[in-house]
Ligand binder design. Structure first.
Ligand code: CAA
Length: 382
C-alpha cells in the first residue's frame, strides 16, 4: 500500500456515502429490522446518488469506480445499516459476470438499459442442494436450436423477489462438473421464471433473500456469457472481485459496534466511575479497535491489489474472512460492554451481532475462504 491518505475525490465519495448512511439509512434501520421491510424508497435514492451500480463503467451508465472506492462507500453504508447495504450492493455482484464474461456487444445490450433507471439484479448461483460446492450445481441448461432451456431452482438469492434481471449459472452437462457450467443473463419477464417468497432471516432484515425457479425458460444462445464451459470461472472471478466489499461491509458493522460501545462506556457508571475507567472495559475497547483497524487495512489491501491488476483471490478471501470474523467478535464485545442492555432490542448493538453473522456465511462461507486461502498459500511452496 503506497499511501494511507485518501485523495480529495475519494474523500468526497466517502463523505457522500457517510451522509447518506447517517441521514437516509440509519434512521430507518431499527424499524426495517423489526418489520423486515424492504425499503425500496431508500434504494431508489441510493441509485439516484450513484451509490448502486458502483462497478459498472460510466459508459454503460454506472458509477465506474475501482474496488478501493467501492470499499470506502460500502463501509460507510454498512455503518448505517448492513441489511440495506447488502441489497444496495447486490447489483455489483449480479452485474460483475456480465463485465467479466460478456462480449462488448453484450455489455452494451444488457448494462446500458439496466443502469438507465433504478432496477435490481440478482446473482443466481446457490442451490438448495448446497452452496459451497459451486461446481455441483444441478440447474440444467439444455440446448434447443438457437436457445437453451433452463430448468432448476436457486436459493438464498439476494433481492430475488424484486429483481428484473438474473445472472444464472446452469450446467449443460453435470458429468463434466465445473467444466459443464455456463452463465446466462435472464430477464425476470422471461416465461417460466418465478421468484419465490422472501425468506424470514435472523439479520440483514432490510434486504430481501429468496428462491427463483426456472421452469422451461428459453434463453437465446446470444444471452450466454462466454463459452459453454466458462460459467464456473466467471463465477469464481466474480467472487474474487466481490468478496472484498464484503470485508468492507463487515468493517462498517464492526466500526459501528466499537463506536457504540466506546460512547456507552463513557456514560455508564459502575463502582462510582464510568466503566471506561475500568481496565476490563479498556481491554475490550482496545481489542475491538485493533480488530477494526486490521479488518479495514486487509480490505484496503485486497482492493488495492485488484485495482492494480492482481487476481486478488488470496487477498479477497483473507479480507472477507478476517473482517467478518472480526465483525462478529466486535459486535459480541459491544453487547458485553452494554451488559444486559446490550441484549435488549431497544438498544442497537444486538442487531449488529445478527447482521455480522451473515458476513461469515454469504459470498462463500468462511470455511470456503480458509480453503481458498490455504490452496493459494500452498501454491507458493510447491
Ligand atoms: N478464478 C478463476 N478460476 C478459478 C478460480 C478463481 N478464483 N478458482 C478456481 N478456479 C478454476 C480452477 O483453476 C479450476 O480450473 P481448471 O479446471 O481449468 O483447472 C476450476 O476453477 C476448478 O477449481 P477448483 O478445483 O478449485 O474447484 P472446487 O470445486 O474445488 O471449488 C471453491 C472451488 C473455491 C470451493 C468454489 O466452489 C467456491 O468458491 N465455493 C463457494 C461458492 C460461493 O462463494 N457462493 C456464494 C454465492 S453468492 C451469495 O452468497 C449470495 C448472495 O446473493 C450474496
Amino acid at each position: 500500500m503506497p499511501e494511507f491518505s485518501l485523495t480529495p475525490d475519494q474523500e468526497s465519495l466517502r463523505d457522500l456515502a457517510r451522509k447518506f448512511a447517517r441521514t437516509e439509512m440509519a434512521p430507518h434501520a431499527a424499524e426495517c429490522d423489526r418489520t423486515a421491510r424492504f425499503p425500496e424508497e431508500i434504494y431508489r435514492k441510493a441509485y439516484d446518488l450513484g451509490l448502486m451500480n458502483l462497478n459498472v463503467p460510466t459508459e454503460f451508465g454506472g458509477s465506474g469506480l475501482g474496488l478501493f472506492e467501492q470499499c470506502l462507500i460500502v463501509e460507510e453504508l454498512a455503518y448505517g445499516c448492513a441489511g440495506m447495504t447488502t441489497s444496495i450492493i447486490a447489483n455489483c455482484l449480479a452485474l460483475e459476470p456480465i463485465l467479466l464474461g460478456g462480449s462488448p456487444e453484450q455489455r452494451r445490450r444488457f448494462l446500458t438499459p439496466f443502469c438507465a433507471s433504478y432496477q435490481l439484479a440478482s446473482f443466481a448461483l446457490t442451490e438448495p442442494s448446497g452452496g459451497s460446492d459451486a461446481g455441483a450445481i444441478r440447474t440444467r441448461a439444455r440446448r434447443d436450436g438457437d436457445a437453451y432451456v433452463l430448468e432448476g431452482e436457486k436459493c438464498f438469492i439476494t433481492n430475488a423477489p424484486h429483481a428484473s434481471l438474473y445472472t444464472v449459472f446452469a450446467t449443460v452437462d453435470p458429468e463434466r462438473k465445473h467444466k459443464g457450467i455456463a452463465a446466462f443473463v435472464v430477464p425476470r419477464s422471461a416465461k417460466g421464471v418465478s421468484p419465490g417468497k422472501d425468506e424470514e432471516k435472523m439479520g440483514h432484515r432490510a434486504s430481501s433473500t429468496g428462491t427463483v425457479r426456472f421452469e422451461g425458460v428459453r434463453v437465446p444462445a446470444e444471452d450466454r456469457l462466454g463459452e459453454e464451459g466458462d460459467g464456473f470461472s466467471i463465477a469464481m472471478r466474480t467472487l474474487d472481485q466481490t468478496r472484498t466489499p464484503i470485508g468492507a461491509l463487515a468493517t462498517g458493522i464492526a466500526q459501528a459496534a466499537l463506536d457504540l460501545a466506546a460512547a456507552y462506556s463513557l456514560k455508564r457508571e459502575t463502582f462510582g466511575k464510568p466503566i471506561s475507567e475500568h481496565q476490563a472495559i479498556q481491554i475490550k475497547l482496545a481489542n475491538m479497535a485493533q480488530a477494526v483497524h486490521a479488518a479495514r487495512l486487509l480490505t484496503w489491501h485486497a482492493a488495492w491489489t485488484i485495482d492494480h491488476g492482481g487476481k486478488g483471490t488470496l487477498e479477497s478471501s483473507i479480507a472477507k474472512c478476517f473482517a467478518s470474523d472480526a465483525a462478529l467478535d466486535v459486535a459480541d464485545e459491544a453487547i458485553q460492554t452494554f451488559g444486559g442492555y446490550g441484549y435488549m432490542k431497544e438498544y442497537p448493538v444486538e442487531k449488529l451481532l445478527r447482521d455480522a453473522k451473515l458476513t461469515q456465511i454469504y459470498e462463500g462461507a468462511n470455511e470456503i475462504q480458509r480453503t481458498v486461502i490455504a490452496r493459494e498459500l500452498l501454491r507458493a511452496y510447491q
